[in-house]
Design a protein around this ligand. Sequence first.
Ligand code: FOL
Length: 208
Amino acid sequence: MLPLELTLVLAATRDMGIGLNGALPWTGLKKEMAYFARVTKRLPPHVQPPALNAVIMGRKTWDSIPPRFRPLKGRLNVVISRSFAAPPTLPQNADAEPVRAGSLEQAVEFLRAKSERGEVGRVFVIGGAQIYDAALKLGAGRVLLTRVMREFECDTHFGLRLGEGEAGDGWVKRDKGELDAWTGEEVPGGVQVEGGTEYEFQMWERVD
Ligand code: FOL
């Protein structure tokens, strides 16, 4: 069976803070959010429309997205909740409703089948902390990390420490050329600043 590659996408502070009170810890990182939207939408080479990339998220992350932006457009949205008992099925209207799955494993099985039929391109895991942890346990091999270099109060943290330097434990930071090649775009390099907040776009890969 083909493995389904999972890519985690997140923005995190230096100590891996990702959330506060059910929302992002910051406001106003508009270009950062635009990067998230672009990268999660862009199909990989050799996958053609009408295929879509998929975004998998936990129920709390779904709730955190402003209703006018969800389902995230141009992507197949999959929401995980233990209260969804039935196997995942495509909703009648995928523009209005997400696919619902009872576990990350069920979501991945559902998407693997669609991917084998050429109906799904990349699969992104977009949070939150519980779903990121589950994806790492399932062997997710890539993290698109936006490193936010400013302190924000956070009550939710990403469970993997990716160092400021090159050596995360079993993970390596790829260079800008590799990030550009993978995303299919020229990602702004170096420190970005928006409204006084500095951040950097990074890509990490599992090496073991
Ligand atoms: N990854 C990164 N890099 N930045 C994030 O802010 C982020 N946020 C989440 C997951 N991974 C992330 C989870 N939270 C939207 C809102 C919250 C959210 C994820 C997405 C959202 O509304 N997205 C719209 C863009 C809306 C806009 O243009 O402002 C989308 O179409 O993706």
